[in-house]
Design a protein around this ligand. Structure first.
Ligand code: DGT
Ligand code: CA
Ligand code: CA
Ligand code: ZN
Length: 580
């Protein structure tokens, strides 16, 4: 995908966000236009740098004035309107919008009446009663806001961000810093490398003969708004949306030791250090060395460090001090999934149901281009009021998919549906109609706050339904937004084992669902999983890599992932579940 398209989409998203604040109206025509254009540019296969303003207006979703802004961004690296809004609304003020229940209107009120322009100012105003005295507010609202700030850890140093906000920023920084002359290697470490759901700060490591240019490149980077500190070997900055980034330059001979140290977790490091001590060595961020003589034992690569400690190399996603060091010592770590292992995708949407963007032909071609051997088309079923497909529609889609399979002759194309799990565990349609499908994903899309007992019964009923091959995004959580349903995992595991039904690992960075804990516990019990993208665009098929990483975080053996299986074995499993 052309790199500039991503940058343009990011700029348009920021423009939408700032315009929303400025116009105090989330439904403003302009906000919608920028968001729509961002999605259009993002999924465009042509490079925007090669398109005139005129050509841009022919793109579905891009209007004339947005096209001009895109051209300006491509030509000058800036958009005047965006620069003006950035000036008007500094990052500290925008952070206020992360407080649940605080919208653009209140942001303006705080600014104009109380001169409150950041979180610290808001907390002060909440504490001394100035906020409660504002017209139409009062003690109850003040209390609610203070509680929300507390619960989300917004104000504390330990503020954490959902990974979907952090990974794209970190990947972009890594890519840009890798281009700086003299830079040999750039990588991120810390919780991001371990792929935690939420991230405190980004830890970058660089090896280079000359630290000054890479430090300067970070300080001057377009995404960076403040420099916290910058010395010979370490620079700390804050990005425009308030994310802290530490960059450390380390000698090439220490890169392995530094990667181990700064990847953590702390608990994992402590376990490694104990093994070093047992051998008369010291483990630091510079090297594994002899405590008496200071002689270096290992340090250039992680593999060297683990080897010296008589351990198998531990995948970063497992480094949480959950017994992985003992398993590495016994050479008993599972064979984890790699992206190349995936042979199919089992949860994919098309423009047949309301929120899919690409045609069936486009989705299938994109899956083929990614080397897949089978694909399940699973558009929304009819109970999803806004965009589900009715029976006639499903039958027509099924015929078209069968024709497409015949014409192409490469991929095995399964016609499925994403069924909706009702509060009683039932799904859309009737058993006879359900049996006509070749595949079924069933997901919770409603009633997230029932009791544990209710949600457990709901899931178990769906798992027992032979039309259901996979439970889609089992908790329904949205990182940073919605906690998802709570259920009794043991009961779910038992039902899955009894029926052969798989749990999904949804690869969308906003979901990462099943959670790592569910993957770990159900995986150990022998439950099968499907790593699926839930793609609504061809481009989202690339999210598969995140689902793979999530499965690794749960320590899931590749063997237990049904879409790593060869076609024949996979199809046998599909039928075995459906004949349940
Ligand atoms: P975060 O940023 O809160 O999401 O989590 P981490 O794990 O990235 O933590 P961070 O950024 O404070 O430090 C990065 C890594 O550096 C951490 O995982 C382990 C290592 N580290 C930091 N401080 C210490 C320490 O005091 N002792 C040890 N053994 N390791 C440390
Ligand atoms: Ca960190
Ligand atoms: Ca850090
Ligand atoms: Zn879906």
């Amino acid at each position: 995908m052309p790199r500039m398209n991503d940058d343009v989409a990011a700029a348009l998203d920021e423009l939408a966000r700032l315009t929303k604040v400025d116009e105090q109206d989330p439904n403003s025509f302009r906000v919608r236009a920028y968001e729509k254009a961002a999605r259009a540019i993002e999924s465009l296969s042509d490079d925007v740098t090669e398109m005139s303003a005129n050509a841009l207006t022919t793109v579905d979703g891009v209007g004339k004035s947005t096209a001009a802004k895109i051209r300006q961004y491509v030509d000058d690296g800036r958009i005047d309107k965006l620069e003006a809004l950035r000036e008007q609304y500094p990052p500290g003020q925008l952070e206020l919008l992360d407080v649940p229940g605080l919208g653009p209107k209140m942001l303006a009120l705080l600014d104009e009446v109380l001169e409150v322009r950041d979180l610290a100012g808001l907390q002060a105003a909440l504490a001394d009663g100035r906020f409660a005295d504002l017209p139409g507010l009062g003690d109850k609202t003040a209390e609610n806001l203070a509680h929300a700030i507390d619960r989300m850890h917004l104000a504390s140093k330990t503020r954490r961000r959902p990974i979907h906000d952090v990974l794209p920023v970190a990947e972009r920084l890594v890519a840009d810093l890798a281009e700086v002359p003299g830079v040999e290697q750039v990588a991120f470490a810390g919780s991001l490398r371990r792929f935690r759901d939420t991230i405190g700060d980004v830890d970058l490591l660089v090896t280079t003969a000359d630290p000054a240019p890479v430090m300067a490149a970070l300080r001057d980077h377009d995404l960076v708004s403040d420099v916290v500190g910058s010395g010979d070997t370490k620079t700390s900055v804050v990005t425009r949306d308030g994310l802290s980034v530490d960059l450390r330059v380390v000698p090439a001979a220490s890169l392995g030791a530094a990667m181990v140290y700064f990847t953590g977790s702390k608990g994992h490091n402590i376990a490694l250090r104990q093994r070093a001590i047992d051998r008369g060595w010291t483990l630091s961020e510079y090297a594994l060395s002899d405590t008496e003589t200071d002689e270096v034992v290992a340090g250039a690569t992680e593999q060297d460090v683990y080897d010296a400690l008589d351990l198998a190399w531990v995948a970063p996603e497992l480094r949480e001090d959950n017994g992985e060091v003992a398993r590495a010592a016994a050479d008993d770590l599972p064979r984890l999934v790699e992206l190349d292992d995936l042979r199919g995708d089992l949860h994919d949407h098309t423009d047949w149901s309301g929120d899919g963007r690409n045609t069936m032909e486009e989705m299938v071609a994109a899956a083929a281009a990614r080397g897949l051997d089978y694909l399940a088309i699973t558009d929304h079923a009819e109970d999803l009021r806004i965009n589900g497909i009715d029976r006639d529609g499903m039958r027509r889609q099924r015929r078209e998919l069968a024709d497409l399979e015949d014409q192409r002759g490469d991929l095995r194309l399964l016609h499925g549906a994403e069924l909706n799990i009702g509060t009683d565990g039932s799904v859309d349609y009737d058993p006879d109609f359900l049996a006509e499908f070749g595949f079924g994903v069933a997901s919770v899309h409603s009633a997230f706050t029932r009791s544990v007992a209710d949600q457990t019964a709901r899931l178990v009923t769906a798992i027992r339904n032979p039309a259901v091959n996979v439970i889609g995004h089992p908790s329904g959580r949205k990182l940073g937004k919605r906690p998802g349903i709570e259920f009794d995992l043991d009961a779910v595991i038992e039902a899955c084992l009894a029926t052969g039904t798989a749990l999904e690992i949804n690869s969308n960075l906003h979901r990462l669902d099943a959670t790592a804990e569910v993957v770990r516990d159900a995986g150990r019990a022998g439950v099968l999983f499907a790593i699926s993208t839930d793609a609504h665009t061809t481009r989202e098929l690339d999210n598969a890599r995140h689902g793979v990483t999530q499965s690794r975080r749960g320590g899931l053996p590749a063997e237990q992932v049904v879409n790593t299986w060869p076609r024949a074995r996979f199809l046998d499993w599909v039928e075995q579940v459906r004949s349940g």
